[in-house]
Design a protein around this ligand. Structure first.
Ligand code: FES
Length: 165
């Protein structure tokens, strides 16, 4: 499926905003992720052409970095730490609770496309386990009820933003 016009115009703008940077590919891909929640397949040859790269080179970078998703993911990334210190403090139970309450498995997004749940292996916050990162913010000593509160706060912030936009 081809990109629609608005989509393509936005992609062109993103590329134009970064093209003069040294090594523009990663910044372009991060900006595309931030805007579209994934790297659309159709965007790869466009990015490649404009940055004077081959599609294979761009695809290789997209596949190499875990942060770049090929399918659309929820707007907010919620990561639960599965490393040792967090496991010792109950992250397995937290993981089971999170999957049940969000009705998703790791690597999936909620039905409202708001949350993408994934595992992470140490957030450098071991002393305050179990740790959860929501987008760029790390939360310490997260209990199942604490997790629900974080998610409900996230939903209500998004709800307010949507109402005021
Ligand atoms: S083990 Fe979870 S933050 Fe380090």
């Amino acid at each position: 499926m081809g990109l629609n016009l608005d989509y393509k115009a936005e992609l062109d703008n993103i590329i134009r905003d970064h093209i003069d940077m040294e090594g523009p590919l990663l910044p372009v891909l991060h900006a595309v992720m931030a805007r579209f929640s994934h790297i659309p397949k159709d965007a790869i040859p466009i990015i490649a052409r404009k940055l004077n790269l081959s599609s294979a080179e761009v695809s290789g970078v997209v596949s190499f970095y875990h942060d770049f998703k090929k399918e659309k993911v929820g707007r907010h990334k919620v990561q639960i730490c599965r490393s040792e210190a967090c496991q010792a403090m109950g992250s397995r139970e937290l993981e089971v609770h999170a999957k049940k309450s969000l009705k998703v498995d790791f690597g999936e997004s909620t039905n409202d496309d708001l949350i993408f749940l994934e595992p992470v292996y140490c957030l450098g916050n071991c002393a305050c386990s179990p740790s959860v990162r929501i987008d760029d913010e790390i939360h310490a000593r997260v209990t199942p009820s604490g997790f629900d509160k974080l998610i409900s706060d996230l939903r209500s912030v998004n709800h307010h933003k949507a109402r005021n936009s």
